[in-house]
Design a binder for this molecule. Structure first.
Ligand SMILES: C[S@@+](CC[C@H](N)C(=O)[O-])C[C@H]1O[C@@H](n2cnc3c(N)ncnc32)[C@H](O)[C@@H]1O
Length: 184
């Protein structure tokens, strides 16, 4: 989503460590790999082997594979793979377009992953979520994410929600959680 990428471009620097929590076909993974460059590190998670295989091919074609770790596991276990602080975490919730299995992200695992993400976040870093509500369970997941984000300390985090006013209520929207740098 262009809006998410606008913010990610502003915070991510070459050499950073970042996470794609929902790698899918790898569009965001490739975007992140481009921002951190060969001195950086991307961790990308998905529960679908096919999605990871497609992402691996996309990265290989672009020459970015060496600094991307593709993990076949749910993002709810991301902290057992990523042990060092990260500049950004990206979530693209919902289902993979065209996926016949219809596998969607779920509130319980999404919230576990979000808790782990904010703990890993560097000061000045951000978690960016693209939220979809047009599928079954989407409204419930969106409400859980918003309740979670609303409960974060305003001394530690800036939390924004952004919707497009000229699109329907079921159009995807963005939630951003930014970790306040010390002294700000
Ligand atoms: C909207 S798609 C992501 C699209 C992706 N950003 C892209 O550029 O293609 C959501 C993805 O989340 C994955 N997913 C669902 N539950 C997951 C979980 N617990 N952990 C990690 N990925 C999960 C799905 O398999 C699907 O590929």
């Amino acid at each position: 989503m262009g809006f998410s990428h606008f913010f990610l471009r502003r915070v991510i620097r070459p050499g950073d460590r970042v996470i794609d929590a929902t790698c899918g076909r790898g569009q965001d993974t490739l975007f992140l790999a481009g921002l951190v460059g060969s001195c950086g590190e991307v961790w990308a998670f998905d529960v679908q082997e096919e999605a990871l295989a497609e992402t691996a091919e996309r990265l290989r074609s672009a020459g970015c594979s060496p600094w991307v770790n593709l993990v076949h596991a749910g993002h709810e276990s991301l902290a057992s793979y990523v042990r060092e602080p990260v500049r950004a975490v990206v979530f693209n919730l919902g289902y993979l377009p065209g996926d016949r299995a219809g596998l969607v992200t779920r509130p319980d695992t999404t919230l576990l992953a979000l808790d782990q993400s904010v703990r890993l976040l560097l000061p000045g870093g951000m978690v960016v979520l693209a939220i979809y509500t047009g599928h079954q369970g989407g409204d419930e997941e969106a409400a859980c994410v918003e309740a979670w984000a609303s409960g974060l300390s305003s001394r530690e985090f800036n939390v924004w929600k952004s919707r497009q006013l000229n699109r329907s209520d079921s159009a995807p929207y963005v939630v951003i959680v930014g970790k306040v740098p010390p002294g700000k």
